[in-house]
Design a protein around this ligand. Structure first.
Ligand code: ADP
Ligand code: MG
Length: 574
């Protein structure tokens, strides 16, 4: 028998987890079941891609066995199992990078009060799921035999001192996790986790969509049938019996008809799977037939994850084929501009006898990705039209991503994304789409005007806006870095060019205005020369402006690079 200590970092995290952080101890079962399901997926995948491996799919189930007398709860699977080395690596160390993220999330949790529930979600993302077993057990035994290995190993730990390992016997490939449930305390009644009704409740709550049967031998009692010769004084008799029951409904949500899934169920699935404490803004459930058949369930989150605008964020959808997980984050299914979308794609039509890398380039995958891109856009447009509040919430969270998406790939996606844009409208006092602006435009208005600045309030006070507003024209107030680049990438909307209010020719002049201006310039030549001489190279030219009304001076630009763009470049390259 070998005895080893946990790594110091694991030790600390473990203490933290067991003793203070989690209020929802019940999630340990979900974690262990999902590990069992993952292990079963891995085996099923091997079997699908390798003819040498024969797996009887009917055997692929997860068994839960409570024992009230021994006070143990056993979770068994017929998955890939673990070799001795894998047990040491996976159960003896908590990923170092994981602990960092763990702390960041804790900080975020302390900051907001949506937090009370967020503990439920943190677990399972950082390779710490297994350790949740110690929230309800004082001792855990893991017995595992890896696929393709003749030997089995037993791993044991009380979660504090470290763990021991020794060889043992096991008939089948797979893993048994045996929890020695803690004694009941004053407040915590751990015994509930040995009650069959509590267990089936937890499975339904957290693990209903696991696509392998989760079975338990249920101890039940029933009334004996009334004997035919029973007299009037017959008293019904009861008998005990045992019966295997499948606790989960198994059919994944996305395989069920849309009409049979409630919003509650969609939201619940989202929150559990993607570790969010808020409902998604919207769900798109696709059941596609045609060249490629597939089911998809897509979610538009209501807020950006804390790392969304960083390199750490990884886009992608889960890809299943015939109920087997092929890839956890299939990036090719989502264009960058919709990288905030979460969800699942399930298709029988993917050719599976090829490696995962090759799979990314199959034609079927491309077809699915293109369809999904359109579905997402349509859903966003639907929100924009019918649920403007929600759309604005979406825009606050992900508008910047849409703009960067529009600028990316040399503007290749502008037609896909231009309808989604929102800008602040001087006229409406709220966000508007470009189509809405265009619809309100008087016939004689030559341009779609925009003004850029730090905030709506600051822009509203720019002297350059006054003349244009006086004419009754609407101005789009741009407050984000990429906005002006978006304008220049689009160039025009429905044949009306975009125009910065700073442009010298923002308001075309009539003949009279022109000659009046020329005369004014001649009259004031001395002043203009004086300004130019004083400022020298800092300006190109001083001239009498027509774009001002009550303000005395303003800066303008003539070239394609506006003042705000200049500021932006300077910020980027100090
Ligand atoms: P995660 O599931 O996030 O990777 P866990 O702490 O839940 O982290 O599990 C750690 C690792 O232990 C898993 O990634 C897996 O390699 C291994 N493992 C856990 N349970 C099982 C099991 N039932 N069968 C096979 N491997 C398992
Ligand atoms: Mg896990």
């Amino acid at each position: 028998m070998e005895k080893k200590a946990f790594q110091a970092e694991s030790q600390r995290l473990l203490d933290l987890m067991i003793n203070s952080i989690y209020t929802h101890k019940e999630i340990f079962l979900r974690e262990l079941i999902s590990n069992a399901s993952d292990a079963t997926d891995k085996l099923a995948y091997l079997a699908l891609t390798d003819d040498q491996i024969a797996v009887d799919r009917d055997e692929l189930k997860i068994t839960i066995t409570p024992d009230q007398i021994a006070r143990t709860l056993t979770i068994s699977d017929r998955g890939v199992g673990m070799t001795k080395a894998e047990m040491e690596d996976n159960l003896g160390t908590i990923a170092k990078s994981g602990s960092l993220q763990f702390k960041q999330d804790m900080a975020a949790k302390d900051a907001g009060d949506a937090a009370a529930k967020s503990d439920v979600d943190i677990i399972g993302q950082f390779g710490v799921g297994f350790y949740s077993a110690f929230m309800v057990s004082d001792h855990v035994t893991v017995i595992s035999r890896a696929y393709g290995s003749g030997e089995a190993w037993k791993w044991e730990s009380d979660g504090v001192e470290g763990y021991t390992m020794e060889p043992c016997e096991k008939d089948t490939v797979g893993t048994d996790i045996i929890l020695h449930i803690k004694p009941d305390g004053e407040e915590e009644k751990y015994g509930e986790y040995l009650e069959q009704y509590r267990i089936s409740e937890l499975v339904q709550k957290y693990s209903d969509y696991i696509h392998y049967p989760i079975v338990m031998l249920m101890h039940k009692s029933r009334q004996k049938p009334r004997p035919e010769d029973a007299g009037d004084d017959y008293k019904p008799e009861w008998e005990d019996y045992d019966q295997w029951e499948t606790l989960n409904s198994m059919v994944p949500l996305w395989q069920r008809p849309k009409s049979e899934v409630t919003d509650e169920e969609y939201n619940q699935f989202y929150k559990e799977k993607y570790a969010d404490w808020e409902d998604p803004l919207s769900t798109v459930h696709v059941s596609a037939e045609g060249t490629v058949e597939y089911k998809a369930m897509l979610y538009i989150p209501s807020h950006a994850p804390y790392n969304f605008y960083t390199r750490d964020y990884e886009k992608g959808l889960q890809l299943y084929s015939a109920g087997v997980l092929i890839m956890d984050k299939c990036a090719d299914l989502l264009p960058d501009h919709f990288r905030f979308v979460k969800g699942v794609v399930d298709s029988q039509d993917l050719s599976l006898n090829i490696s995962r890398e090759m799979l990314q380039h199959t034609r079927q995958l491309k077809v699915i990705a293109n369809n999904l891109e359109k579905k997402i856009k349509n859903e966003l447009l639907r929100l924009q039209k019918d649920q403007r509040d929600k759309y604005e919430q979406f825009w606050k969270a992900f508008g910047l991503q849409i703009k960067y998406g529009l600028l990316g790939d040399y503007g290749a996606h502008k037609d896909m994304l231009k309808d989604l844009l929102l800008f602040w409208s001087s006229k409406e006092g709220k966000y508007t789409t470009l189509a809405e602006y265009r619809g309100r435009m008087p016939e004689d208005q030559p341009y779609i005007y925009f003004a850029a600045g730090e905030s709506v309030d600051k822009i509203a006070h720019l002297p350059q806006t006054e003349r244009i507003l006086d004419k009754g024209y609407e101005i789009l107030y741009l407050t984000e870095d990429p906005d002006e680049f978006v304008m220049s990438t689009l160039g025009a909307w429905d044949e009306k060019p975009f125009k910065s209010v700073n442009d010298a020719d923002a308001l075309p002049e009539t003949e009279e205005e022109k000659s009046a201006a020329e005369q004014k310039a001649t009259e004031n030549k001395d002043v203009l020369d004086f300004v130019k001489e004083t400022l020298g190279d800092q300006i190109k030219e001083a001239r009498i402006s027509r774009i001002l009304k009550s303000g005395a001076v303003c800066m303008t630009s003539d070239g394609p690079v506006t003042l705000e763009m200049e500021k932006y470049f300077r910020r980027m390259d100090p």
